[in-house]
Design a protein around this ligand. Structure first.
Ligand SMILES: Cc1ncc(COP(=O)(O)O)c(C=O)c1O
Length: 319
């Protein structure tokens, strides 16, 4: 497990990406070198997964509408003039899967950035933008026994009064990257950031939850985190499928060491148990019972093994 891993240099590219309504051959989707740099100051994106149904007849795009609503919200909050709405982006995403004849587990990344040459450091409000949707295959770890050794970062998480973590902006990952690089250098596979008051926030690209006294406990959405869709999913599954009490409240750093389970949750990492934190075992040092049960319930949903009674799946038939 690598701290940054969603793809590697060897990950195959699709035939096309979606660029402002056109399907552009992946290898021809260019920008001028001058467009790289400041454009990312005001760029926003999303990360979505489409899982191949066990039945082999469809790709099941997980919570596509919620992801694209967050994308639209991120653009609006950042005052990035993205001209697309959720319905249009849903259609574009499904058209892209069709054009690429995508049939395997696929990560989908819509993003929006200032178009053309951006020489103004602060990327003024209302500059023209480009919206793209890219996709690439991923390997799911659902169903496997797994875990990671993590540390608490010496870096503090950005907050709502500086760079709102609620916005999924590329520039927020500058903070996340500092934490990830520090952890990697120290030999850890993951890291957890605290806020300025020493309360637990999230990982560089995923939320965190712990199990304490039989309840699933996680920082609230006003606790300096991205409003994670996986977090929301797992809280619902914990409550409704596992019958676990769910508590959203601030968490002290030291509480993480008395938790019986601790895990990351996010689209990229799915559910990733922390086996040890700063050298101290979490629980018995193996993937815990709650993580396993949530892993099963999540896998059943995204693989289409159970009824989608919450309307979380967008089915994309494959031939
Ligand atoms: C900072 C951060 N927190 C949490 C998450 C998890 O969010 P989601 O479950 O919606 O993918 C992500 C993933 O994109 C993230 O980048």
């Amino acid at each position: 497990m690598q701290i940054n891993a969603l793809s590697t240099a060897d990950t195959p590219n699709p035939a096309f990406l979606w660029r402002e309504g056109a399907f552009v051959p992946w290898s021809e989707a260019m920008v001028h070198v001058n467009a790289v740099g400041h454009a990312s100051v005001a760029a926003v994106f999303e990360g979505i997964k489409a899982y191949r149904a066990d039945a082999g007849d469809a790709l099941l795009v997980f919570r596509l509408y919620e992801h694209l609503q967050r994308f639209v919200d991120s653009a609006r909050l950042s005052r990035v003039a993205m001209p697309h709405d959720v319905e249009g982006l849903v259609e574009a995403t499904l058209d892209l899967l069709r054009s690429n004849r995508t049939a395997m587990d696929t990560y989908i990344r819509p993003w929006c950035f200032a178009k053309g040459i951006v020489r103004q450091l602060l990327v003024p409000e209302g500059v023209a933008t480009e919206t793209l949707i890219d996709s690439w295959p991923f390997d799911s770890s659902l169903g496997s026994e797994r875990g990671v050794k993590a540390c608490v970062s010496s870096w503090r998480r950005i907050d709502d009064q500086s760079m709102p973590p609620r916005v999924k902006a590329f520039s927020n990952y500058h903070n996340a990257r500092f934490a990830a690089l520090e952890a990697t250098r120290a030999g850890f596979g993951a890291t957890i950031l605290l806020d300025r008051n020493g309360k637990v926030t999230e990982g560089p690209a995923s939320c965190v939850a712990m199990v304490r006294d039989g309840a699933l406990v996680t920082p609230p959405v006003y606790g300096g985190i991205l409003e994670s869709i996986t977090r929301d999913t797992l809280l619902v599954l914990a409550r409704e499928e596992l019958g676990l009490p769910v508590v959203e409240r601030p968490i002290d750093r030291s509480e993480l060491h008395v938790a019986s389970e601790l895990f990351f949750m996010g689209t990229a990492w799915e559910i990733l148990p922390v086996l040890a934190l700063d050298g101290l075992a979490v629980g018995n040092g193996a993937m815990g019972q709650v993580a396993k049960a949530l892993d099963r319930a999540y896998a059943d949903l995204v693989r289409g093994r159970v009824d989608d009674r919450r309307g979380w799946i967008t089915r994309h038939p494959i031939g």
